[in-house]
Design a binder for this molecule. Structure first.
Ligand code: ZN
Length: 146
């Protein structure tokens, strides 16, 4: 049988005690209450995978697309032809050198803004230069027509 949770009324509002001892305001028809803490806790019990850290992808040490390579020899000497293991060839070939991937430096948000600003500045500078050029030409022409 479901145990009735303790409750009380204050200024016309009904309060019911949660399992954890917290009183929560409830409607008149409420038969039980759970606070948000409890809801979270239940969620955690029901869906533990939501709260678990995602397992890190294990690095195989193989380059991306290694199984498309005509021949790939891993660091243990396993030979693969287009991704298919060739057990007979194991250990007969030196492992394929994997070029370390060039790390592309990711621009930070700040750097992006700075870059954008510099670009703008460069454009403005160029525009200004052209303007002065036009002015110079004009002054020149004015000068020569005189
Ligand atoms: Zn609670």
């Amino acid at each position: 049988m479901k145990q009735k949770q303790p409750e009380y009324k204050e200024k016309g509002v009904r309060y019911m005690m949660c399992k954890c001892g917290e009183y929560i305001s409830v409607g008149d028809n409420a038969t039980g209450v759970i606070c948000s803490n409890e809801v979270n806790r239940n969620m955690m019990i029901m869906f533990p995978e939501l709260h678990e850290e995602k397992p890190k992808r294990k690095s195989t040490g193989r380059p991306t697309g290694w199984h498309f390579m005509k021949e790939f020899v891993d660091k243990d000497g396993n030979v693969f032809h287009k991704g298919k293991e060739q057990p007979k060839l194991k250990g007969t070939l030196s492992s394929t050198k994997v070029k370390p991937k060039k790390k592309t430096k990711r621009r930070s948000k700040e750097q992006i803004l700075i870059d954008r600003h510099n670009k703008k500045k460069a454009v403005l500078k160029k525009a200004r230069k052209e303007k002065t050029k036009v002015i110079n030409e004009r002054t020149e022409t004015t000068y020569t027509t005189r």
